[in-house]
Write a protein that binds this ligand. Structure first.
Ligand SMILES: C[S@@+](CC[C@H](N)C(=O)[O-])C[C@H]1O[C@@H](n2cnc3c(N)ncnc32)[C@H](O)[C@@H]1O
Length: 334
């Protein structure tokens, strides 16, 4: 469905609450409109159009794609059929994944950059790597400086797209987390990155946040983003391994936005104030064992700590690999 930009935030919230947001596809922007993928027909309490979704294909990017293809055909002829129909646009930096053996990428990248009004194009050559979640990308066109400011949900995220990952597939989770806290609560984000969850929950829920980050590049952007979004009073950036730097016996809410965080669950229990509160636990697991598998992991850690648990929310965030999903569960520990 397509809504005017000013209605987008409310529409996403409304769709999330009604479980109608289609998280298999991406939210995209077109001039003053936002296309939001929905699971079916739904009446929104403000103006929207369902018709436009018919021609805005490829995650809302068909309109510029036609223009890109037309221009590229002049250079590469019939090979234009192989052009990537989707891309990531972070601020004014584009990230494109080309099919293997694709030639004249630099010239083609210039076309994408011109049509999509971007300054820099990076080629995605291998996804995201290692504990520090560094993207594997190669500069192919334009300004070599890939630092940009990406605005989402009125939050400004500054980062260097050649060094830092930004998962556009997590957009609805970032929006959900923005409203997950209560004013005055203490939140510990054990894997804060550049502030993906820390900044939205501080801005919208007016919580006090301790944001831990082990990667020095991400930590420096986290500090910049705290300033950029005027939450210096609410958010404290802590550099290092969360097992060392996270405050203990302090939080009403713990965010664990890192897939390999199972072994960190005992520390999350120590971080909760009096061992009580909510844990937002992210994981990858087979589709068929979600949410039971992650819930049993959290339950075990809580029982070992002498506490009880109740799962209060669970959601698939996105597909991760064939048969594997990235999911999140919210667990109340008491
Ligand atoms: C990339 S983020 C996860 C993505 C994010 N949840 C999102 O919505 O896109 C995970 C972060 O955890 C950090 N990290 C990994 N191990 C850590 C640890 N032991 N302590 C603190 N931060 C850690 C990584 O450097 C990375 O920046």
């Amino acid at each position: 469905m397509v809504v005017e930009k000013r209605y987008a935030e409310d529409a996403i919230k409304f769709l999330l609450e009604n479980e109608m947001l289609d998280d298999e596809r991406r939210i995209s922007r077109e001039d003053k409109k936002v296309e939001i993928p929905v699971k079916g027909n739904i009446a929104l309490p403000f103006p929207h159009s369902l018709k436009e979704q018919e021609y805005i294909l490829y995650r809302g990017q068909d309109v510029p794609f036609k223009e890109i293809k037309k221009k590229a055909e002049r250079i590469i002829g019939g090979k234009a059929e192989l052009l990537p129909k989707k891309w990531e646009k972070f601020g004014d930096v584009l990230v494109i994944k080309f099919p293997g053996g694709f030639e004249r990428k630099e010239e083609v990248a210039k076309i994408y950059a011109d049509v999509l009004k971007c300054r820099t194009v990076l080629e995605d050559v291998g996804g995201i790597m290692g504990v520090k979640r560094k993207p594997l990308v190669k500069h192919i066109y334009g300004d070599k400086n890939a630092e940009t400011i990406h605005v989402e949900n009125k939050i400004k995220f500054m980062f260097d797209a050649s060094k830092i990952m930004f998962s556009s597939g997590n957009v609805d989770e970032r929006i959900r987390m923005a409203h997950a806290g209560n004013e005055g609560e203490v939140v510990v984000d054990m894997f804060a990155g550049i502030g993906y969850f820390s900044i939205p929950i501080a801005v919208y829920s007016k919580t006090e946040v301790y944001a831990c980050e082990i990667n020095d590049v991400a930590y420096n952007y986290l500090k910049k983003n705290i300033k950029l979004n005027n939450v210096e009073k609410n958010v404290t950036a802590l550099y290092g391994d969360c097992r060392d730097v996270a405050p203990r016996n302090a939080a009403d809410r713990v965010i664990m936005g890192y897939f390999k965080s199972k072994n960190f669950l005992p520390y999350a229990m120590e971080v909760l104030r009096g061992g009580k509160g909510i844990i937002h636990y992210h994981t990858t697991c087979p589709k068929s064992s979600f949410p039971e598998e992650p819930f049993s992991d959290v339950k075990k850690a809580a029982l070992d700590y002498g506490k009880s648990v109740e799962m209060v929310f669970h959601k698939k965030v996105k597909s991760y690999a064939p048969g594997i999903i990235h999911g999140v569960i919210d667990v109340k520990v008491f």
